[in-house]
Write a protein that binds this ligand. Structure first.
Ligand code: NAP
Length: 285
């Protein structure tokens, strides 16, 4: 790990680079009269998702992208949601569709999301997108694992490095494992039943923590050369804290991402990077 970036990773530079790329791409497409459109669908008004829903609409407008934002009633029937998704799937001006989760308890998120064509699945949430990722075919991938990859690229983590992921979910750990393998890293997927987790983490070159537990990752999990990528977003006494104990780790480890201002701060940009890729996929397939 000779040339690896050290200290606290500044996500501003990463965000600026991604934003500049998106803007340049949109300018070229705009000149050809071929700007992408995005559709965001939510069912009910989950207060925790409200901020993210509005932030995506705001960002789309900032980029000059057409956005169709739909809020269906909390008690919307499955048929109604399916009809809405079908209409957007068939709309040639819509290149990317996001179905906000969670959906109310009477609905089956997986069944609903799987009706979105993989070419428009900018959340990388459908079984087809996940299968294509697994088999190494071109596809759209969830923003959070892509954001982690941006950080590992930014700090120049050496190819082949051992990367422990504390999370095995379909939105974070599983797609991230595939991305890491495709980029020639050596992922180790850990979860709540993993034996000797601390030892595994200490032996790793990098640790991606997404345990959903505030300040879970403490000094006993790291060494002086550890790279820590914190995916966690927890609200504690009105403050946002990560899954890594940032204050105790920042003086010990080689590199660490902050929360807030780390992984979470670039995921909303990556959605729009995915939208551009979705438009390209629709030209190909
Ligand atoms: P989740 O569904 O609760 O999954 C947590 C994962 O961590 C599970 O795989 C679980 O193992 C594992 N885990 C929990 N406690 C553990 C322990 N003591 N030892 C080892 N593994 C343990 O959470 P999630 O939805 O994936 O989200 C995880 C975190 O990421 C949350 O803080 C969330 O807010 C954040 N997040 C951030 C973004 C972003 O854009 N930055 C996006 C999504 C989520 P089991 O599978 O065995 O239960």
């Amino acid at each position: 790990m000779k040339n690896i970036k050290t200290g606290v990773v500044d996500s501003k530079a990463i965000g600026q680079r991604i934003r500049a790329d998106i803007e340049k791409n949109l300018e070229i497409r705009g000149k050809r009269g071929y700007l992408p459109g995005i559709a965001i669908v939510r069912v009910g008004r989950d207060p925790a998702s409200e901020f993210y829903f509005n932030a995506k609409i705001k960002r789309a407008k900032e980029f000059g992208i057409e956005v169709i934002a739909t809020t269906l009633e909390e008690d919307a029937r499955e048929k109604e949601v399916l009809e809405c998704l079908k209409e957007l799937s068939n709309d040639s001006t819509v290149h990317g569709i996001l179905l906000e989760s969670p959906v109310p308890g009477h609905l089956d998120y997986k069944k609903l999301v799987n009706t979105i064509p993989f070419q428009k699945d900018i959340d990388g949430a459908t079984d087809i997108s996940l299968g294509r990722l697994m088999s190494g075919e071109e596809t759209l991938v969830a923003a959070t694992p892509l954001a982690v990859m941006e950080f590992l690229g930014e700090i120049s983590l050496e190819s082949g490095s051992l990367v422990s992921i504390i999370n095995r979910t379909i939105t974070v750990g599983k797609p991230l494992t595939m991305l890491l393998l495709n980029a020639n890293y050596t992922p180790v997927v850990c979860h709540s039943r993993t034996k000797n987790l601390k030892e595994i983490c200490r032996r790793s070159d990098a640790i991606v923590v997404a345990a959903g537990r505030p300040r879970f990752l403490g000094p006993e999990y790291v060494n002086n050369n550890s790279v820590v990528v914190d995916v966690g977003i927890n609200s504690e006494n009105g403050k946002i804290v990560g899954d890594a104990d940032f204050e105790s780790l920042k003086g010990i480890v080689k590199t660490i991402t902050p929360v807030p201002g780390g992984v979470g701060s670039i995921t909303s940009l990556i959605i729009f990077k995915n939208l551009l890729q979705a438009q390209e996929l629709q030209e190909k397939f």
